[in-house]
Design a protein around this ligand. Structure first.
Ligand SMILES: CC(C)(COP(=O)(O)OP(=O)(O)OC[C@H]1O[C@@H](n2cnc3c(N)ncnc32)[C@H](O)[C@@H]1OP(=O)(O)O)[C@@H](O)C(=O)NCCC(=O)NCCS
Length: 221
């Protein structure tokens, strides 16, 4: 018997989450919910869309769990707000860990997390609540990712790191071992972070530079 779940959101992040839940989880997605102000259709992808304000009437928390599937807007604050509101309404929040991710026994992970395919979460790592980790990201041993973080695909968070709450780590970024990423930081795609960061800091790496020639002029490719 599958567990029933309703998804908060009806955009691409919600569609992405629904795909995973449909194909690789013990959950059956029963519908979507959005704030009434954003309710512009009755169905989405073949399922009902219900105003969040009235969600308990259609999908009561006694029967249905919820997954808040919105991205990292306002450095994850938007997702955190809906996470808190869903909990206040009495919903249990679903966590999805891809069957194609590598995890180990004893993993501590909170609710409303989405762990995509190809992630490696090493032993003794801890993941808080309301955390998304994109495909292929590596979370090293004894590293702690606190609540409301978004770790993009391909990022490497080395061992013994603490990522405080409300951080965003961009695609392919690398965080060296034994440092702390302070609360509310944004680490840009491809950045290499070698020391502790400051709260709400924004860090960027070195962007690729165009060579003054076209690909027609290359000898080896
Ligand atoms: C770092 C980042 C957050 C900055 O965002 P922003 O404030 O909108 O900054 P802008 O795009 O205006 O760029 C500001 C400057 O930094 C540079 N820059 C931006 N991101 C960069 C990056 N990742 N690496 C190197 N340089 C970068 C820009 O070229 C620009 O340089 P300029 O001032 O010389 O023109 C953003 O560019 C980024 O990397 N986001 C992460 C994207 C990502 O990983 N998405 C995955 C989602 S799943």
């Amino acid at each position: 018997m599958k567990r029933e779940v309703v998804i908060f959101g009806a955009g691409k992040t919600a569609d992405h989450a629904r795909f995973y839940l449909d194909h690789d989880s013990p959950y059956e997605v029963r519908g979507f919910t959005v704030d009434r102000a954003f309710l512009d259709r009755e169905t989405h992808a073949g399922l009902p869309v219900v105003a969040f304000e009235d969600i308990e009437r259609t999908f009561p928390p006694s029967r249905c769990e919820m997954l808040v599937a919105i991205s990292y807007v306002r450095v994850n604050a938007a997702r955190a707000e809906k996470y808190a509101q869903a909990k206040a309404k009495g919903y249990a929040l679903a966590t999805y860990v891809s069957s194609r991710a590598t995890t180990w026994p004893g993993l501590l992970i909170g609710d409303n997390c989405v762990i995509h395919e190809g992630c490696i979460i090493q032993p003794f790592a801890e993941i808080g609540s309301n955390v998304t980790i994109g495909s292929g990201a590596v979370i090293g041993h004894h590293t702690i990712i606190k609540d409301h973080c978004f770790i993009s695909g391909g990022a490497t968070v080395s061992g013994n790191v603490t990522v405080e709450s409300y951080c965003f780590i961009g695609a392919g970024a690398t965080i060296r071992d034994k440092i702390t990423i302070a609360r509310g930081c944004v680490i840009g795609a491809g950045a290499l972070v070698m020391e502790d960061t400051r709260e709400k800091g924004v860090y960027k790496g070195q962007a690729a530079m165009p060579l003054p020639r076209s690909s027609d002029e290359l000898r080896a490719i």
